[in-house]
Design a protein around this ligand. Structure first.
Ligand code: ADP
Length: 490
């Protein structure tokens, strides 16, 4: 009682535990998708931040360098007495035009000497004052670099004292408004942000499709495995373009084939056992009961009944062996293990088994066999084939109790031809196609033969088909039958 109740209480808990365990396990697609997305996000964020942080500074310091270069170039030109003043003025004009850098040269008192025109006196004063406010004193030999605000605009300045061709010391100022550059940098930063966002959205979808593509073969395999688990052996694990998945598919296909073989074998065995084992067992039980109840004290009857039991036991043994062979072979568990062997010797081995019939029951086995004919096949299985055919000939031959066996090499066909002929009733035309079927017995054998199981020729057929050897029978009613097999010469 207690066991039952504890089990029934535990069941829902187990279910809940299992459910929560399953919930925590995410699908491959989700995991891959999530990881790819995080990775893409990280990479994009790093790139965006680097662009954001570095771009502005890089542009600004590049501009400062340019302003300094202009200032140094102008100083050099002015200090070089060989450069005429009109060339210097031209240079100033070019810098203003090409770089947007304004160059001013003031006299000591703040009067604008160069450029001589283009600026109002108020503007000149304004520029001069703004510079003065930032530099304090313009000392000779001292270079001042600083930023000023010109209205809303930022301006880079380069200020230095120079001597303008023998006159009293002058002051040179290079001005470079950078507001438009800062504006461009801001624009670029905005674009970087937008591109990063777009890249993230694209990465999000690409990650999904990539994760899906990677995990789909695994899902396919899982679905196929579920069908296989439900007992459908016709499924096929499809190969994918990934080596690992393809290998897994191959292994699973191999496993499936092996499971199918075992399952077929199991089904065959069950079917075969229930089909034919019951009869001899019933007979054995019936005769044993008869001995116990009726013939126990009658030696003659008892011996007869005991003989039936012995015969049925022999039959049972033969049957079990045949059933095992046929089931194994047709389920594919016993693939031919081919090697070269002496077929002539094998045939003599089989014939020797029937020697006792020649000695005790007057059978004659006429042999026409070439020595040392070799073939390539599964020796054990071929032994069974030859044994079954010879045994059938013995069982079904006519009153003369003679059978004819031949084994010869046919050079034209390049085949070793084996034939076994009997002189029995032969096989009716309409039956010829069926004798190879499992459990088939001709309608003439309505009397239950002691040795026949109806499996012998089926075993022959399955083995020879597995070897791809030609075989067959020719028979004429009233004249007997010839069973033949063509072996390759090795
Ligand atoms: P069995 O154990 O009954 O002999 P087989 O599979 O060996 O089973 O043969 C199937 C049937 O084919 C036999 O029942 C018999 O009717 C027929 N058969 C086989 N060999 C011969 C033969 N040599 N002559 C006549 N009939 C044969």
């Amino acid at each position: 009682m207690s066991v039952i109740s504890s089990k029934s209480e535990r069941a829902p808990r187990d279910k809940r535990a299992k459910k929560s365990r399953i919930k925590r396990i995410n699908s491959t697609t989700t995991i891959l998708w999530r990881n790819f997305t995080f990775f893409a996000l990280g990479v994009i964020a790093v790139i965006a931040l680097v662009c954001y942080g570095i771009l502005g500074n890089a542009v600004m310091s590049q501009t400062k360098r340019r302003v300094r270069a202009v200032g140094e170039d102008m100083t050099k030109a002015i200090n070089d007495v060989r450069v005429p003043m009109d060339v210097i003025e031209k240079k100033i004009y070019e810098y203003s035009l090409m770089d947007g850098a304004d160059v001013f040269i003031f006299a000591a008192d703040g009067e604008l000497l160069i450029p001589s025109s283009g600026l109002t006196p108020e503007r000149v004063e304004e520029v001069y004052d703004s510079v003065k406010a930032n530099t304090g004193e313009w000392k000779e030999g001292k270079i001042n670099e600083f930023s000023t605000r010109d209205g809303k605009k930022t301006v880079f300045n380069y200020a230095v004292c120079i001597n303008l061709r023998g006159t009293e010391p002058c002051k040179m100022l290079v001005r470079f408004p950078v507001s438009h550059i800062a504006e461009s940098v801001r624009q670029i930063e905005l674009y970087v942000l937008l591109v990063a966002l777009a890249a993230f959205i694209v990465a999000f979808f690409i990650s999904y499709s990539l994760a899906n593509r990677l995990s789909r073969p695994i899902m396919d395999i899982s679905n196929t495995a579920q069908k296989l688990a439900a007992g459908n052996y016709d499924v096929q694990f499809n190969s994918a373009q990934y080596a690992e998945i393809a290998k897994l598919s191959d292994t699973l296909n191999y496993m499936k084939d092996e499971i199918k073989k075992s399952d077929d074998f199991r089904k065959e065995l069950v079917a075969n056992v229930s089909h034919d084992l019951k009869t001899p067992l019933t007979m054995i039980k019936a005769y044993a009961s008869m001995i116990k109840e009726i013939s126990g004290n009658d030696p003659e009857k008892r011996d007869k009944h005991l003989q039936v039991i012995i015969d049925e036991s022999d039959r049972l043994t033969g049957l079990v062996n045949d059933i095992l062979s046929t089931s194994k072979i047709s389920a594919g568990l016993e693939e031919p293990n081919k090697k070269v062997f002496n077929l002539t010797e094998l045939l003599y081995g089989v014939i020797n088994k029937f020697n006792y019939l020649q000695e005790t029951q007057g059978y004659s086995i006429m042999v026409d066999v070439e020595p040392n004919l070799y073939t390539l096949a599964d020796e054990g299985q071929i032994y069974q084939v030859v044994y079954n055919l010879v045994s059938n000939a013995v069982n079904y031959t006519g009153a003369d109790k003679t059978i004819y066996i031949s084994l010869k090499y046919n050079a034209e066909e390049k085949r070793v031809k084996f034939a076994v002929r009997d002189t029995g009733k032969g096989i009716a035309e309409e039956e010829l196609a069926h004798i190879w079927d499992r459990y088939y017995r001709s309608k003439d054998s309505h009397l239950r033969p002691v040795k026949g199981t109806g499996l012998g020729l089926n075993i022959v057929k399955v083995i020879l088909q597995k070897h791809s050897f030609a075989f067959g029978v020719t028979s004429k009613e009233g004249e007997g039958s010839v069973f033949f097999v063509d072996f390759p010469l090795a």
